[in-house]
Design a protein around this ligand. Sequence first.
Ligand SMILES: [Zn+2]
Length: 496
Amino acid sequence: MVSQRERLKDIMVDMARGRDIGNKLEFDPRDKRVKPVSDRSYSSPYSYPDPDGAMNISKTDADLFGEGARRDGRIVITTAILEDLEKDVAVPVHFSGNASERVFHLLGGGVDGVRFHGSLIAVDDPGHIRVQTIGFETDDVRLILEWSDIEGQKESLKAVAANALGMIRDGGEWVQVAVDLVPVKEELFSRFGGLLETNALADAKVAIFGQGSGGSHIAIELVKSGVGRFHLIDHDRLEVCNVARHQCDLADIGRLKVRAMADAIKRKNPYADVTTWPLKAEWEQFETVLEIVREVDLVFAATDSHASKLLINQACVQEGKTCIFAGAHRRAHGGQVIRVRPGKSICFQCFSMLLPDQVQDQEISSEEHAEGLAYTDRPVAIEPGLSTDIAPIALMATKIGIQELLRDKPTTFRSLDQDLVADWFLWLNRREAGTQFENLKPLAYEVDGMHILRWYGIKIDRHEGCPICGDFEANYSDENLNAVLQSLKATEGVTR
Ligand SMILES: [Zn+2]
């Protein structure tokens, strides 16, 4: 024998799931009563011609109804959206979401992707709104809020969500789902509490040259750390072979990497400000590069060509901006991070003159780059490298970058200042055959000596004869001239 309450529950759960069970009941939030729907082709969930057929509903029964709805769908919106709402004005919006899971979001940001038409309206009494009178023909999602709740929303977000009427269209039928109201902006970086101020990096401006695997990883780690303003520079488009190591995915194939990454950044933080520059860092663009560098607090160079690194270096030294160079060695057997603090450290030109081999031992990531190295006796196929081998280098570059951005701010990361004093950091992923690292002792349980899978900070002094940050003329020698020419030779063919 099925009790009336169980029957009520079954019917309510079916209703919440949008199943047509023939004998339809309807819950009216105005008086918390369940009523039969006599007009089977009804157009509004709250138009019922026979109020005498209503059943009283207890709080427990109401909770059951709530549970049914809650299990089966959800509309999640950010509180920021409420600020622009006007009473009785239906606003067309695009929800992102997953129709099969019946989860729809309105969380801000200009994120591309799967979208659902919807409308949002605030009225005095949600229960009285006839659904067909608001919203738009094409709507998949409708959200009706109570105006008085919105006005007092600071007191209780839960009240706004509880009284909201979230409706999704499921197979032609409107179904009520639960509504969540989230203060996204406030909660986004709330887990930083105690480590640094949650908005410490919100105004930090960075430029990232190169949005390949390394640059895209740096961008995502920066936005996850709370950095709020980005300039992304890259002329390339995403190809299928990039995806395994890139932060973007197959849905972004064919897009400019900078645009796809702008969306990826906004998926993490819709309040981030991203400026995209679909251009190649080459000498013809030097004025634009200078303009970008001037704009920002910190620069990252994650490009794959030596010529572009020299150019970015020159712009940063000229503008006095710190620049972090990140790069993988060939086949990503290791990598390095070089921090250029103009006037205080080596610059990338110095580095190229002092260590031409290190500079050339970089990953070959494009056909163009492979051709550029054709004068060497190295294999010139586009080199493989795993994401796990590139990630540590991108993470270290980001870590050093954040330390730079927090330089004058109170944070528990201050102790790192004493650790991250080197301007050149080296990392080895493995004991690669054919390199000087081939015969290192295995890591095993070793604590002494040089091993793979750890960072080495290396002290390196500026080159006095550096034409960019030193005094080339005062320190002129044939040796210095050769060093400069040698460093430029590494760029031959790459730029053309
Ligand atoms: Zn220099």
